[in-house]
Design a protein around this ligand. Structure first.
Ligand code: PEP
Length: 252
C-alpha cells in the first residue's frame, strides 16, 4: 500500500513563535485522527526548523525543509547544506518548487545535482515538477512534465526512489486559487506513474507516492485525493491555517 502524505509548504511565512503555535494547533486538531499509513509534514523556513523540530517531537507531525544547496559546504553565502539539516534531525526536503525554479533560476541541471546530494546524504526529497499555463493551454503539459522528469530523474537508480516523493504542481494552479480538476490531476499522475514504471519498473512505480499541489483547500481536497494515482497533497496557502490544514488531512 502506498503511503499517503499531506505536506504543508509554509514558504516565507511565520516567525519562530508563530511557527511553534501553528504546529501545536495542527497537532491539537489531528490528535484524534487515525493516521495509519499517512504522513503529515510541515516545511517551515530554515530559521525555524530547529525550534519546529523540538515542538513537533513525539507528535504526528514531521518537519522538513523547503530547499537545500547541493554542495557539501563552502563559499555559498546564504545557503544551507545537507549536513546542517541532518544535524537538526531534518531529513526531508522539498526540491524543485516552481518558485525556486522561477525566482532563483533553479534549472533541471541544478535540481538534478540537488536531488543527488539529498540521496547521497541519506535524506528524502519531495521533488516538484509541473507545467506552466502556456504549456497546458497548448496541450503540451505531458510533454513538458515528461521532459522535466527525464532531465532530473532518469539517471537515478531504482532503489533511489525509496527516498523520493513526487509532487505534481501545475504552475498555473499554485497560489492562484485555480485548481486542476480531479481528472486533470489523475491524467498527469497516471502519466507520471507510467513514466516511472517504464524506466524503473512496476514495483518502484506502484510504491512511489505522487502528491498533487496547487490551491488544495478543504473544499476540494477530498475530490482530488480520491483519484486513483493521487497519494496526497503539497499544500501552500491552506497549510498556514491549522483548521484548514487539519481538514485537508482528514480528507485523505
Ligand atoms: C505550493 O506552493 O506548493 C502550493 C501548492 O501552493 P498553494 O496551495 O497555495 O497553491
Amino acid at each position: 500500500m502506498r503511503t499517503k502524505i499531506v505536506a504543508g509548504n509554509w514558504k516565507m511565512n511565520k516567525n519562530e513563535e508563530e511557527s511553534n503555535q501553528l504546529i501545536k494547533a495542527i497537532q491539537n486538531e489531528i490528535s484524534t485522527v487515525n493516521l495509519s499509513n499517512t504522513r503529515v509534514i510541515v516545511c517551515p523556513p530554515f530559521v525555524n526548523l530547529s525550534a519546529a523540530s523540538k515542538t513537533a517531537k513525539d507528535s504526528k507531525i514531521e518537519v522538513a525543509a523547503q530547499n537545500m544547496h547541493e554542495a557539501k559546504n563552502g563559499a555559498y553565502t546564504g545557503e544551507i547544506s545537507a549536513d546542517m539539516l541532518n544535524s537538526l534531525g531534518v531529513s526531508t526536503v522539498i526540491i524543485g518548487h516552481s518558485e525556486r525554479r522561477e525566482y532563483f533560476n533553479e534549472t533541471d541541471e541544478v535540481l538534478s545535482a540537488k536531488l543527488k546530494a539529498v540521496l547521497e546524504n541519506n535524506m528524502e526529497a519531495i521533488f516538484c515538477f509541473g507545467e506552466k499555463l502556456s504549456e497546458r493551454k497548448t496541450d503540451n503539459h505531458l510533454l513538458e512534465v515528461g521532459n522535466q522528469l527525464r532531465n532530473t530523474l532518469f539517471d537515478l537508480k531504482a532503489e533511489d526512489f525509496k527516498n523520493i516523493i513526487l509532487a505534481y504542481e501545475p504552475v498555473w494552479a499554485i497560489g492562484t486559487g485555480e485548481t486542476a480538476s480531479p481528472e486533470q490531476a489523475q491524467e498527469m499522475h497516471s502519466f507520471v506513474r507510467n513514466v516511472v514504471a517504464k524506466n524503473f519498473g512496476d514495483e518502484v512505480a506502484n510504491n512511489i507516492s505522487i502528491l498533487y499541489g496547487g490551491s488544495v483547500k478543504p473544499s476540494n481536497a477530498k475530490e482530488i485525493f480520491s483519484q486513483k494515482d493521487v497519494d496526497g497533497g503539497l499544500i501552500g496557502g491552506a497549510s498556514l491555517n491549522a483548521n484548514d490544514f487539519a481538514a485537508i488531512i482528514k480528507a485523505i
